[in-house]
Design a protein around this ligand. Sequence first.
Ligand SMILES: NC(=O)c1ccc[n+]([C@@H]2O[C@H](COP(=O)([O-])OP(=O)(O)OC[C@H]3O[C@@H](n4cnc5c(N)ncnc54)[C@H](O)[C@@H]3O)[C@@H](O)[C@H]2O)c1
Length: 327
Amino acid sequence: MLHHAMQTAQQHIVAKGAMSAAPTMLGISRNSIAGSNRQQSSPASSASSIPAPHISIGSLQTGLSSRQQGTMARRCVQTAAGNGGGLQVDLTGKKVFIAGVADDQGFGWGIAKAMAEAGAEISLGVWVPALNIFESSYKKGKFDESRKLSNGSLMEFKHVFPMDAVFDTLEDVPEEIANNKRYAGNKGWTVSECAERVSKEIGNIDILVHSLANGPEVQKPLLDTSRKGYLAAMSASAYSFVSMMQRFAPIMNPGGSVINLTYIASNRVIPGYGGGMSSAKAALESDTRVLAYEVGRKHNVRVNSISAGPLGSRAAKAIGFIDDMIK
Ligand SMILES: NC(=O)c1ccc[n+]([C@@H]2O[C@H](COP(=O)([O-])OP(=O)(O)OC[C@H]3O[C@@H](n4cnc5c(N)ncnc54)[C@H](O)[C@@H]3O)[C@@H](O)[C@H]2O)c1
């Protein structure tokens, strides 16, 4: 079942000019993720072998309607969240850090589940304001059903780190946030501090997933979006990725892999996906291309983006019309 979900996911992933014809899953080469693809040159080994980022441009390349993409995305996450057969890769011994999980409804959870099925050790970065509710729901067993793996065990997280991807260092945190009661009591949650904690508590990681976005004015058309709202969307949804790459790439094992999640509104008009979120996704995709080049050369780590179909996650529900898109 999960294998099927991954096959559907593959249809969203289109390697733009990528040198490798290796099959990809979740934007990651199956073989190289397991560290066993000796045919694929390492990104750093030669200039011509730098893999281009795998950015799907959704229905434009898949020929699927937004509704069909939505059905696929839902099926992918539901299947990953259910008892799938496991990724057809062996990730045993691989350390994964996923930023952007705060419940069991979004892509981050689905990816965590699929990778846990494949044997990876999963750690999470949870947005600080969402951490309490995530931890209490977890402890109360609210996620137990969706934690079930195909072997009957429950998915475990090695570490759960508080994180806020719009702040790079402690010096960037304004007083009103530092003193906010949803942040008080948590320490070390800026991107740089989080990377340091990951390095100290987990060691080097093999896979990094950026599955987060936020646009406070997402319900407003671009024409009505304020500068503040636009820049906030860019900061949380695009620059957060650049910031993470700066701090996490140096603590990744060579041959590692990074993925982020984008949306077709980056290059097509999707009315309702406002507040500068379409701009943020366009920036994210462009940054993915550039970082694939830079990080590939500097750290021998691949960087890819998956363009996902609509899914009724918590973030998507904030947009307001996600259920119509999925129907
Ligand atoms: N749901 C969709 O239809 C859809 C479609 C295409 C792409 N995506 C993308 O998938 C990714 C995951 O979103 P999702 O739809 O699964 O929703 P989600 O709500 O499960 O995930 C978004 C996460 O971002 C976290 N977050 C928000 N601001 C943050 C910050 N400053 N620092 C750290 N974490 C922060 C939230 O706590 C949440 O856990 C996003 O990049 C989103 O744009 C979603």
